[in-house]
Every structure is written in structure tokens, then in C-alpha cells.
Write a protein that binds this ligand. Structure first.
Ligand SMILES: NC(=O)c1ccc[n+]([C@@H]2O[C@H](COP(=O)([O-])OP(=O)(O)OC[C@H]3O[C@@H](n4cnc5c(N)ncnc54)[C@H](OP(=O)(O)O)[C@@H]3O)[C@@H](O)[C@H]2O)c1
Length: 323
């Protein structure tokens, strides 16, 4: 089976959506000036790039933070910096989101807390030019982007629904378009074909977008919304795990075309706080401009199939889910 939905998607592509993306790529985000005092924001990967600036933005507007990071040292430094500069609390949990055990632990802990989670931002991510296997035998990019956010959301469904309201924001990417002909459901782990950094990234981001379609249905009628966003093409530490050739290319070519990640933080603040987002769910934004994602990211049939596979791969069909 090779991209068996090629023709279906081919017919669904519309040039107007591509032009809209190109136009939106040049826009600045809408700005929200409302404060967020006494609210709690959970954010993954707050130790660098977009996550770091987003954590600072929310803290500067009065929000308390619970960061989910993999580095103890960077988390301590972040906590000291944010609590020293702003009058807020900045807690953290250590979790390597490429490890199922760590992800389950965080998901379970968050689902059992009695505090309100006002905004949950799935931001942590990785870009790899060579395939890496996690300790659980999963392809790492798929695990960190899609499965980790899937598992945490899955644990949180009932807790968030029991709250008055909550917003989940998934930091996705226009890069989902690299999976132009959809997910290879027979090879989500990239074991049967040549690995491509762009395509694996595109697949993982497409998977994230597909899972949002189902979560949106689960949250329907509650005060919980779930949306995805592209944070702009911005200069961060992304890709640092890759080799010297990639680093050279990133520094001398890619980085020169990139914008400041401050725009990502402003967009993530707007999407998390603005009243205008109160009723909006199941959508994709380029910064703060609502946009139509590529056809493979809107395929409900694949979304349902992926949901079942994700339950299995994420070990949510086992006893753990009931703990
Ligand atoms: N930069 C862009 O232009 C761009 C465009 C579209 C989408 N995005 C998305 O934006 C998000 C943030 O990326 P960024 O550009 O800000 O990259 P970044 O500077 O590399 O930051 C990535 C963050 O994720 C954390 N992280 C990575 N792997 C992790 C793991 N296994 N467990 C826990 N945390 C992990 C990193 O922790 P450490 O500090 O410990 O490494 C860091 O805090 C990603 O989802 C990315 O796909 C970025």
C-alpha cells in the first residue's frame, strides 16, 4: 500500500488555499492585551525557542506556568528567571516526551490534579534528518510530536471537560504539507521506506492535525476547545540534533530567511487568551489567521484509523489508561 489516497487528495487540493498560506506567511499575529492573572498554563518544551518565549509572554501577563521539559538544569534556570522577573509561579515536571513511560506519568499526573488547567500548549518538537528509534522502538519524530500530545490529551479529556473551560493549542506546522499525499498507514514508523526529515516531520504534524479532529468531537458541547497553529517560520534551536552539514545549511541559508520567534509567542498568547477564540475549535491557524490545512490533514476516515493505532502504539488500550 503506497499513499493509496493519492487521487482523492489530488482532487481536493485547491490553489486558493496555497495562495492563502503564502499571503498569511507574511502577516503579523493579532495581539491580545488582556492579562491572564491567576490562570495556569501548561506548556511542553519551554526551555528553548518558541516554548521559552511563550512561557515568558504568559508569565509577563500574570499567568502561572507548569512547564513539561526534559532538562532539569534548563528547567531550574527557567524557573529562576521567570519567578525572578515576574510575580508568578513557574513549576515544572521533567519528562522526555520521546519515552512512553514519561508521557504516561505526566498525563496521569495532570489528569489527577485538582487545579484548573486554563491553557495547555503542546509545543515540544524535534526535527531529524536521520531516522531515530526511541527506547520503545517508535520513530522519534512521530512520538514526540504526535503520540506524546495524543496521550496527554487522552488522559485529560474528562478532567478538562469537568472544568468550566479550557483551551488546548497544538503547535503544528505548515510543514504538515510535506506529507502531501497523506500518511502511510502501513509504515507510520518509517521502517519500510527511505527516511526523509521533511516527510517524517510532515507526517507527524499531519497526524497531530488528524487527532485534533477527533478530540474536537469529544470536546463538543463542553467549554474545551482544541486548535492547532503554525508558529511562523522562526529562528530557534530546532534541528540542533542533526549533523554538521545541516547546521551549516541552517545557519547560512535557512536562518537568514526566518522571523523572530516573538511572533510565535504573541500568536500563542492570542489563541490562548483572546475572547475572540472562546467558541473556536478544531481549526488550524497560521499564526492567528485561520487557514485550511492540506487535504490529508482533514481526512476523517484516516483520523479514525489513526486514533485506534495511536491508542495501541501509545499503550492506552492497556490497564494504564484506567489508573
Ligand atoms: N521554528 C520554526 O520555524 C517552526 C515552524 C513550525 C513549527 N515549529 C514547531 O514549534 C515547536 C517548537 O520548536 P522550536 O522551533 O521552538 O524548536 P526548539 O528551539 O528546538 O525547541 C524545542 C523544545 O522542545 C523540547 N523537546 C525536544 N524534544 C523533547 C523531548 N523528547 N522531550 C521533551 N522536550 C523536548 C526542547 O527541549 P530542550 O531545550 O531540552 O532541547 C525545547 O524546549 C515544535 O513543535 C516545532 O515543530 C517550529
Amino acid at each position: 500500500m503506497k499513499n493509496k489516497k493519492f487521487w482523492k487528495y489530488f482532487k481536493e487540493y485547491e490553489w486558493s488555499n496555497i495562495f492563502a498560506m503564502i499571503r498569511n506567511n507574511r502577516l503579523d499575529p493579532k495581539i491580545c492585551n488582556d492579562d491572564f492573572k491567576n490562570k495556569l498554563v501548561v506548556i511542553t518544551g519551554a526551555t528553548s525557542g518558541i516554548g521559552y518565549l511563550t512561557a515568558r509572554k504568559y508569565a509577563s501577563m500574570g499567568a502561572d506556568l507548569l512547564c513539561v521539559n526534559r532538562s532539569q538544569e534548563k528547567s531550574d534556570a527557567l524557573k529562576d528567571e521567570i519567578e525572578g522577573e515576574f510575580n508568578v509561579k513557574c513549576d515544572y515536571r521533567i519528562a522526555d516526551l520521546s519515552k512512553l513511560d514519561d508521557v504516561h506519568k505526566v498525563g496521569q499526573e495532570l489528569s489527577h490534579t485538582n487545579f484548573t488547567i486554563d491553557v495547555l500548549i503542546h509545543n515540544a518538537g524535534v526535527y531529524l534528518t536521520k531516522r531515530e528509534s526511541t527506547t520503545d522502538g517508535l520513530e522519534k519524530v512521530f512520538m514526540v510530536h504526535h503520540l506524546s500530545s495524543f496521550i496527554i490529551n487522552y488522559y485529560l479529556v474528562e478532567k478538562l471537560k469537568a472544568q468550566d473551560k479550557a483551551r488546548i493549542i497544538v503547535v503544528s506546522s505548515e510543514g504538515h504539507r510535506f506529507a502531501a499525499w497523506g500518511l502511510r498507514m502501513d509504515d507510520l514508523m518509517w521502517e519500510k521506506r527511505r527516511y526523509s526529515g521533511l516527510k517524517s516531520y510532515g507526517s507527524a504534524k499531519t497526524a497531530q492535525l488528524l487527532s485534533i479532529l477527533i478530540f474536537d468531537q469529544l470536546f463538543n458541547g463542553s467549554g474545551v476547545t482544541i486548535n492547532a497553529m503554525h508558529p511562523g517560520a522562526v529562528k530557534t534551536e530546532t534541528g540542533r540534533e542533526n549533523g554538521a552539514g545541516y547546521q551549516w545549511f541552517k545557519k547560512h541559508v535557512i536562518d537568514r530567511a526566518l522571523r523572530s520567534p516573538e511572533i510565535s509567542a504573541e500568536a500563542l498568547y492570542y489563541l490562548g487568551v483572546s475572547d475572540e477564540m472562546d467558541e473556536v475549535s478544531g481549526k488550524f491557524f497560521n499564526l492567528t489567521a485561520m487557514e485550511e490545512p492540506a487535504p490529508p490533514a482533514l481526512d476523517m476516515e484516516t483520523a479514525r484509523e489513526l486514533w485506534q493505532i495511536s491508542l495501541d502504539l501509545g499503550r492506552l488500550n492497556t490497564q494504564t489508561e484506567k489508573e
